[in-house]
Design a protein. Structure first.
Length: 217
């Protein structure tokens, strides 16, 4: 089967900026999350997961890591880390949930919220741009070979951050397989791969296993 619209493999080019916004305690983090740029929310959540793609344990976003390591608040850290970025197609919605969790904790524990952290939290932000790789796939076999050769940055671009770009609760791979090749079940199974219990390499291996199984049918 050949797709009418080939899958275009791309990657993301990211410029990280360190701003002058920082937080010395949980009250400051609450305010910072409310007022920082969308690029900052993206960097400390989606990009953080990509930077720690080789880990399958621990907290996946920078906010949770700082709350645990610098504020010694494990319960709050777990609440922040419990937000699954795969559930979000809008950074505004993710920001609202982060702020809600911080606000509820600060109101319940005002003294702890004012305590100075061991080290401040520095807000960074990402400016990103899509970079086509000059490679496409029209068949499932070509798609399989392309996945096998992708860098971690490209995997993250198509498998994680694509949700924000297309505002859908799915990834580029699953969407193309479902819409262009009619392989809805394969797309569904790929979308169910848990990036939190897999490294990016582990996620790639699982995608390849599922595709190979479909090819051999």
């Amino acid at each position: 089967m050949k797709a009418n619209k080939p899958f275009q493999f791309s990657t993301g080019s990211y410029l990280v900026r360190i701003g002058n916004q920082k937080s010395a305690n949980l009250l400051g983090l609450r305010q910072g999350v409310r007022s920082c740029s969308d690029g900052s929310i993206f960097y400390h959540t989606f990009q953080s997961l990509g930077r720690h793609h080789f880990l399958t344990e621990g907290f996946s976003n920078d906010f949770a890591q700082w709350v645990l390591g610098s504020c010694n608040r494990p319960v709050l850290a777990e609440q922040l880390a419990s937000l699954d970025i795969r559930d979000y197609v809008s950074l505004a919605d993710l920001r609202d949930d982060l702020h809600r969790i911080l606000n509820e904790y600060c109101e319940a524990f005002p003294l702890e919220a004012q305590q100075t952290a061991f080290e401040p939290f520095y807000f960074c932000e990402t400016v990103d741009e899509e970079v086509p790789l000059g490679r496409d796939a029209s068949t499932l076999e070509e798609f399989r070979n392309g996945i096998n050769d992708l860098s971690h940055a490209s995997l993250q671009f198509h498998f994680l951050t694509s949700r924000l770009r297309v505002h859908l609760r799915t990834n580029d791979f699953s969407r193309w397989l479902s819409e262009e090749l009619g392989l809805k079940e394969l797309g569904r199974k790929i979308d169910q791969i848990d990036i939190y219990t897999n490294t990016l390499d582990g996620a790639r291996d699982r995608v390849l296993q599922l595709v190979d199984r479909e090819i051999s049918r």
